[in-house]
Design a protein. Sequence first.
Length: 473
Amino acid sequence: MELNSVKETGVLIVGAGPSGLALACDLARRGVPALLIEQAPALFPGSRGKGIQPRTREVLDDLGVGDAVREHGGPAPVGMAWQNGERVGEHHMFRVAAPTDAEPYGEPWMMPQWRTQEILLARLRELGGDVAFSTALTGLGQDADGVTAQLSTGRVRASYLVAADGGRSTVRRVLGIAMTGETVDPAPMLVADVRVAETALDRLNWHMMNTDAGFITLCPLPGTADFQLVAQYKDGAPDTSADGVRAVVAERTHLDAADVTEVLWSSDFRPRAALADRFRDGRVFLTGDAAHVHSPAGGQGLNTSVQDAYNLGWKLGRVLSHGAPAALLDTYEQERRPIAAEVLGLSTRIHRGQQERGAAAQQLGLGYRGGPLSAGRAGVLEAGDRAPDGPTDGRRLFDVFRGPHFTLLAVGTDAELPEFATAAVRVHRTAAYEAYGKGLFLIRPDGYIGWAGEDMNGLAEYLAPLGLDLKRG
């Protein structure tokens, strides 16, 4: 882009982290023009958000990267406690459940954040998009018709801007949106990606040592030769240099400093929980860490970020490409901010040892009951619930839902089904199924039930604000 040129696009996304990449993929498959910029010269290099919860696996599968996630990740290793160089006991770090028809992913999946981002970038390129690296946002202004952003490479005019630029968000600061929260733990922490001599430490367990100076853990990262190291510092600040990382390993474990053969990335942070006071300012939206900052203990931050993007993407698509009223975008903050607040509380309780990493951490139970886009109930489900998976006609319901469309699902009923004036809604009839009961269910593009009923009463009224119409005879 020439420095004095003005590029026009539908959506400008600032930040190529998990939420920015997921949103760019979702918009690309909807045919919505978008520009994704990243201030850094390359993707984030660390493993930081390494746990992918079952609900996020469903999202990633819908975005077309489920096979890659399955190939490059793996289940969480069993925790192993050590004391004085001896193993003293195993325990599971997360709730593990067998997959079911309704919930095909029964446990969190471990994969370093850099790999998740690489997979999403590859998918974005398949869809015809890309990232403009080494491109910084230096200023922005907005009016009734759009946003004008000044970049280090020129100017961009966009209908909407999405801030996905992390916990120190430039966009949030420019807008003057405050973050409200607390320090979860006053002790600073060191996080690093390291390689360890093969004979020094096995890759079968998530190794944990608790010392007077603070705990240290070494977690093998599936699909790599790396371990993620996390160390707490009760006194002083972490030394993030390679020698500093080796020193803390030698001090707190039975390993020698020389057993750490490489230090690939390191960072220090103080666990914090904070929520943006609002997720929208006019034509600008906050997603991911720009909107909420979590303790990493619960494995919730990356997951909540990706699901922010998944919620916002289809709504931007409806407004920009299909004539839905702009008021539809108001529902992004209305739906996502309460979810973020709930998950922040969960992350903090897990960090403080007040709650286990149980079913709530898997995010399958989160939903939008009582929200602005939830109406009705049928069978055993209420609008706002996650739409369960299950078998249907030799395939899966998730196969029916996959893609940017809505699905009107008729379960165990011979009720008359409508025709739609748009290809954005597909109709599917299936046999009675206990996860649903019987009834009609309109499945949103993000996999939640928007409307439910025993017959079509109320469906037309629900569709209008979405820019959807029934075909008239």
